[in-house]
Design a protein around this ligand. Structure first.
Ligand code: NAG
Ligand code: NAG
Ligand code: NAG
Ligand code: NAG
Ligand code: NAG
Ligand code: NAG
Ligand code: NAG
Ligand code: NAG
Ligand code: NAG
Ligand code: NAG
Ligand code: NAG
Ligand code: NAG
Length: 765
């Protein structure tokens, strides 16, 4: 017990530490914009057991953190359960074994009771007095979430304690199973009436009609709002024996005992079985408003797969319920109260056409690759529509010497080649990768464009997370020339061309990608214009050194390992050939086991030397982010932009980065609401008690001179009989850019290639 209270004390102190850093300033009230809510006021945020997405639900830290990381107006939701001695405690689940460690404290306590007609096994609060429950601690009931906060041994809180600890905050009591308590000779009605005399209860909800009808007269004259909670449409409401679907048809009836309704979010935006939104919302919000009922939407969670229409952006989901031009719900019930606070306070009613190209610069990563297969026409179109400042083409070379935009030299990474008749072209090239691959330079452009289908990237597939399944093979690949022509008249600030494996391609394939890129830029007129800035990116300094000698294009060095700092001499070198540097996320905020542990000095070191710093690759998927970002892509972006001061972000999801740039709280200075301030780096890890601390990370290396310097690129060697390159070194080795007119290869060399291709196909099929 002594140890336990020490941990509790330590943990509360740290929450205070968070508070000091975070909320020196009170919440800013959402502007005077008019909302399509029933009252015309901004929608409210209701924190389900506090910030239960992170901490064990209904724990002291969950409740106080909801007010720190969300709007200070956040309403604290308590699922009231009654103890044997008629007290009310906040517990996320009727079954204590789902949300506490009771199984190990009272191993013999399992019971079997009828709950809403169903025989249910578990541990129930009706069997324990408040005193019994003092020994029990709250735990995280959702197993996919971290259990490290369970070690903090949070006590079960009574309703009064929640109110007292969060003095002045709004309180919502949900009475989920009134009938069950009555069966155990307990009266929720009496409890609610007595507690509401002692603490200010702002909302009372229940999915049971009779319960609300039993208290409606008493609360008629008070400010307390009564809310009827709808469950699944097929579930039977126990006091009327009608399904919730049937009850929904008569909101006039609901209005006789409630001032509002709480519905699962799919009641409003229906979802197909393959997890896409239907094309239209239902009319339930306006129906409820017509009836004079407020309507709250529930089931909001950041760390699950939401309908693909939202591109893994939970904030976009909230926006679709409050800022769609048609209606606004009156509030959200959520496990992650920070995100709806941002949506309401900073991301609604913004100018959706503003398109400034200032900092942070939004650089796409393989186009909008979160939504469509990498580097396809669809991905680039979407990136532009979504507001990228710069779109990117990673160039690869085909057998016929054409430069093409593809995210990988290995077709297995971004096409269906492994399932195609070409799968036999697999080869082992240790210089490129340790495993066998099927490489672009063994395919003609036509083979790629006609016979292979793009395949969407799924970086989080190990977590069961896939991208936009309906469009997973959609789109066409572009040649570099197509890409350059396409980008020319678009509202971009620039384009970026990434060049990798240049030395290998010269030596083994006989092709100079640098020459090919430069002539493609010339051919499309990029050398004679200033509207679009051209950036060449490489992780190979020799490419950039050569580019610097030959061109005036902007140069970006990509550091392809995680580092904790860069030696001064390495920075001096980088300065010789680069204007900007791309560093990975971990080099800025290293993390271990999903907890950020520190902020490195990398950005400072590079920026002090006059280099711009871009961070790669930001992704919306919650599984790609440390817990410090609360499964919220905007907290992540904000941390890198405001916290780490990056100059640009490289992202699979330009739409979210653009929404970030448009948010109305960016320039509020000291009035910035707490939920839009960057997270305190490593703060979450500090909240963990000792036994829950993740293992210490061995320090990442420092970037040294030797990591940066590369031997100069070889010159293009005379053609090797097995390679499809023409003999004329100085000129023809530059790959074609006008591929639609075959190439700049001489007719003779084209013929040689065709013969090779024919021989190749005879050999392999
Ligand atoms: C606990 O309850 C929640 C909500 O009903 C459910 O999603 C979760 O799977 C349950 N967890 C366990 C371990 O039963
Ligand atoms: C807490 O609540 C009491 C009673 O409502 C009030 O007098 C007091 O000022 C509050 N304290 C804070 C810090 O809000
Ligand atoms: C509730 O009270 C009734 C009457 O006093 C009694 O018969 C019944 O056993 C009690 N039920 C429980 C679950 O205690
Ligand atoms: C609902 O159904 C149950 C069993 O089917 C029955 O006992 C109960 O009286 C019914 N209640 C109402 C209000 O019809
Ligand atoms: C809806 O409920 C109201 C109020 O209880 C009632 O007067 C009306 O008859 C009901 N309408 C239908 C179609 O059941
Ligand atoms: C969601 O996406 C699907 C598939 O692209 C589309 O059919 C549907 O209309 C979209 N729904 C909304 C509300 O945009
Ligand atoms: C929105 O932004 C666009 C582009 O910057 C601008 O032309 C337009 O006037 C803005 N609209 C409003 C209402 O501010
Ligand atoms: C591209 O054009 C520039 C002149 O603008 C010229 O100096 C350069 O040699 C050209 N490069 C290629 C590869 O055609
Ligand atoms: C955190 O980073 C700083 C440099 O920014 C470094 O001096 C310090 O040792 C690091 N701390 C840990 C625990 O890694
Ligand atoms: C792929 O191309 C390289 C270089 O031109 C060549 O050496 C190799 O034999 C080719 N491999 C296949 C499988 O075609
Ligand atoms: C390269 O070939 C192009 C077109 O085939 C020609 O215009 C150009 O003069 C050649 N350059 C050299 C250096 O041979
Ligand atoms: C490509 O060839 C077609 C005719 O085959 C011609 O119309 C077109 O202008 C050529 N394009 C270029 C860029 O040379």
């Amino acid at each position: 017990m002594v140890i336990r209270s020490f941990w509790r004390a330590a943990s509360s102190l740290l929450v205070l530490f968070f508070l000091l850093r975070w909320s020196a300033v009170g919440a800013q009230k959402p502007g005077a914009t008019s909302w399509q809510t029933l009252s015309g006021d901004a929608p409210v945020v209701i924190a389900n057991g506090g910030f239960s997405g992170l901490f064990p639900g209904s724990s002291s830290d969950a409740f106080s953190f909801a007010l720190i990381a969300g709007s200070t107006d956040t309403i604290l939701w308590c699922d009231v359960r009654q103890t044997k001695d008629s007290l009310g405690v906040c517990l996320q689940n009727l079954k204590l074994d789902n949300c506490t460690d009771i199984q190990s404290i009272y191993p013999q306590g399992q019971k079997e009771y009828i709950v809403n007609g169903a025989l249910t096994q578990g541990w129930f609060s009706v069997d324990y007095t408040m005193k019994d429950l003092l020994k029990v601690s709250l735990t995280q009931g959702i197993y996919s979430r971290t259990d490290r906060f369970d070690f903090s041994m949070y006590p079960i809180l009574s309703v009064e304690q929640v109110q007292k600890q969060n003095n002045g905050s709004l309180l919502w009591l949900n009475v989920q199973n009134d009938i069950f308590y009555r069966q155990h000779n307990l009266s929720m009605r009496s409890y609610i009436l007595s507690v509401s005399k002692r603490v200010l209860v702002n909302y009372i909800s229940s999915p049971e009609v009779d319960f609300l009808r039993s208290i409606v007269a008493i609360f008629q004259k008070s400010k307390t709002k009564l809310v009827f909670r709808f469950l699944g449409k097929d579930i039977t409401e126990p006091s009327t024996n009608q399904t919730y679907g049937t009850l929904l048809k008569n909101l006039t009836f609901i209005k006789t005992f409630a001032t509002g309704i709480l519905v699962p979010k799919h009641y409003i935006w229906p979802v197909t079985s393959d997890l896409y939104l239907e094309s239209q919302a239902t009319s339930i919000v306006s129906d409820a408003h017509k009836e004079g009922l407020e309507i709250y939407a529930g089931d909001f969670v950041n760390d699950i797969v939401i309908p693909y229409n939202y591109s893994y952006d939970p904030l976009a989901e909230y926006i679709s319920f409050i800022d769609n031009g048609e209606f606004s719900v009156d509030g959200f019930l959520t496990d992650f109260p920070g995100t709806p606070s941002e949506a309401i306070g900073c991301f609604s009613h913004v100018n959706k056409s503003s398109l400034d190209h200032g900092k942070p610069v939004i650089l796409s990563h393989n186009g909008a690759s979160g939504d469509y297969p990498d580097c396809t026409d669809l991905a680039y179109n979407k990136a532009i529509k979504d507001g990228a400042d710069i779109i990117d083409c990673p160039v690869q070379v085909t057998q016929d010497g054409v430069l093409i935009c593809m995210s990988s030299i290995n077709l297995m990474d971004d096409t269906n080649v492994a399932q195609s008749i070409f799968r036999s072209r697999i080869s082992n090239i240790p210089e490129l990768q340790s495993t066998p691959g099927i490489f672009t330079f063994n395919f003609t452009l036509e083979e790629i464009q006609k016979n292979l289908k793009p395949s969407i990237s799924n970086p989080d597939v190990t977590f069961g997370i896939v991208r936009n399944p309906r469009h997973k093979t959609a789109g066409n690949f572009l040649t570099l020339s197509d890409f350059l022509s396409f980008a020319k008249d678009k509202a971009l600030s620039g384009i970026l061309i990434n060049i990798e494996n240049a030395a290998f391609l010269i030596e083994k394939v006989g092709i100079s990608v640098i020459d090919g890129v430069l002539s493609a830029l010339n051919d499309t007129g990029y050398n004679k214009q200033s509207a679009l800035e051209v950036t060449i990116q490489s992780s190979d300094s020799s490419v950039l050194v050569k580019m610097r000698q030959q061109t005036k294009y902007k140069l970006m060095y990509r550091i392809d390992e995680s580092i904790r700092d860069a030696a001064a001499s390495s920075i001096t070198d980088i300065k010789k050939f680069a204007d900007s540097v791309a560093v990975d996320k971990e080099s800025i905020y290293p993390d271990t086991h999903f907890f950020i542990i520190n902020e490195t000095n990398v950005i400072n070191s590079l920026q002090n030397a006059g280099l711009q710093v871009f961070v790669y690759v930001l992704r919306n998927e919650f599984a790609s982010q440390p817990l410090d970002f609360f499964s919220d892509p905007y907290v992540q972006i904000n941390s890198y932009v405001q916290g780490a001061s990056v100059d640009g972000i490289i992202t699979d999801y330009p739409a979210s980065a653009r929404a970030y740039k448009r948010n109305s709280c960016r320039n509020l200075g000291n009035n910035m609401p707490n939920y839009m301030q960057p997270v305190q780096v490593g703060g979450l890890k500090q909240l963990l008690v000792a036994p829950a601390q993740p293992p210490v990370l061995s320090p990442m290396p420092i970037l040294e001179d030797s990591d940066v310097v590369e031997p100069p690129l070889p010159s293009v060697s005379p053609v090797n009989p097995s390679t499809p390159t023409p003999p004329n070194q100085g000129n023809a080795s530059a790959p074609a850019t006008q591929h639609s007119n075959s190439s700049i290869l001489s007719p003779v060399s084209s013929m040689i290639i065709s013969v090779l291709v024919i021989i190749g196909s005879l050999l392999f099929f």
